[in-house]
Design a protein around this ligand. Structure first.
Ligand code: RIB
Ligand code: CA
Length: 312
């Protein structure tokens, strides 16, 4: 087998962040070099605590750093309607097994990237504040970042306002820095992530694996589904899981290389990811924008992943 891909997980757990991280932690094809928290679904304090508890549950052996307390310009805007007051409502998580290192997320990321013998893939699944801070404060490490596989945006529509998706909307300035960086991007926007659902039948398959991790994740999925069920979804869209799943099984997805600009102005359009799908502009593509997924095979990935922690 080829060497595992070194990755950094940066997110705002958040149910789908936690699900994405479980997939990453289960795979020998990935090596988690660091975990960093972002302010998004909940306050930075809550997403940091959630991140540490998920790391304890999954046994992720990596340093963790707390990220920025708020987006570069906008205020923090937690989303308790989706993820609950804790940011990971619906289950009992273990206590944290480590403390964040005594440095900002951008500094930990820079150290880890500089020390990696192989180029690193960044996997941000919340607002891109920490990634922008890294690129602005440590441009020297860009050469050792091979790709950014992110969940965010949507070329065809938004999900938090009509024109914009939550992660990009919360910090458009940070997203603009990332999309201008020249680092190849795989963009798991709502174009594909709303199709990347796990259904109640999949939740039952996961719980049937048995053991603490399987039960926690079935609980998380059932809670996460409640918000989406109220909107008429037949399942829970595992938005963040796509950013990891594409790294493992790119053949399950279909996408288009295109130039994507980030709208940082606008009354109704702030946070929009404007994709030049027909190459009418002169700018070179900066992102592989995903649009389609083999949903059954995507769901199978998570059922198989949970089995990594099957007890006995
Ligand atoms: O729009 C979906 C994104 O917003 C996901 O990353 C979810 O965790 C929330 O952060
Ligand atoms: Ca997220």
């Amino acid at each position: 087998m080829s060497k595992p891909i070194p990755i950094i997980l940066d997110g705002d757990p958040g149910h789908d962040d936690a699900i994405a991280w479980m997939l990453a932690a289960s795979s020998p094809a990935l090596k988690i070099l660091a975990v960093t928290s972002s302010s998004g679904n909940q306050t930075i304090e809550k997403t940091t605590d959630n991140a540490l508890r998920i790391m304890a549950l999954l046994g992720i052996d990596a340093p963790m750093a707390m990220g920025a307390t708020k987006p570069l310009i906008s205020p923090a805007q937690p989303a308790p309607s989706v993820h609950g007051e804790s940011g990971l409502d619906g289950t009992d998580l273990p206590e944290r097994a480590q403390e964040p290192v005594d440095m900002p997320a951008a500094e930990l990321m820079a150290q880890v990237i500089a020390a990696s013998p192989d180029p690193v893939v960044l996997v941000p699944t919340g607002p891109l504040t920490n990634i922008a801070a890294l690129l602005l404060s440590h441009p020297e490490v860009k050469d050792n970042i091979s790709r950014i596989s992110l969940m965010g945006g949507g070329v065809t529509h938004g999900n938090w306002v009509p024109a914009a998706e939550f992660n990009i909307l919360l910090d458009p300035e940070a997203a603009d820095v990332v999309y201008r960086s020249g680092i190849p991007i795989t963009m798991a926007g709502v174009d594909v992530t709303e199709k990347a659902m796990l259904t109640p039948e999949d939740f039952a398959r996961i719980r049937a694996v048995g053991g603490r991790v399987a039960n926690v994740y079935a609980d998380l999925l059932e809670f996460f589904y409640q918000f989406h069920k109220s909107l008429g979804y037949p399942g829970a869209p595992i938005h963040d899981g796509v950013a990891v799943a594409w790294l493992l099984r790119p053949e399950l997805f279909q996408g288009v290389e295109m130039h994507v600009d980030i709208e940082t102005g606008g009354t109704y359009s702030r946070g929009a990811t404007i994709g030049d799908a027909y190459h009418v502009g002169s700018k070179e593509p900066n992102a592989l924008v995903l649009f389609e997924v083999d949903r059954p095979a995507f769901a199978d990935l998570f059922v198989e992943a949970v089995s990594h922690w099957k007890e006995g």
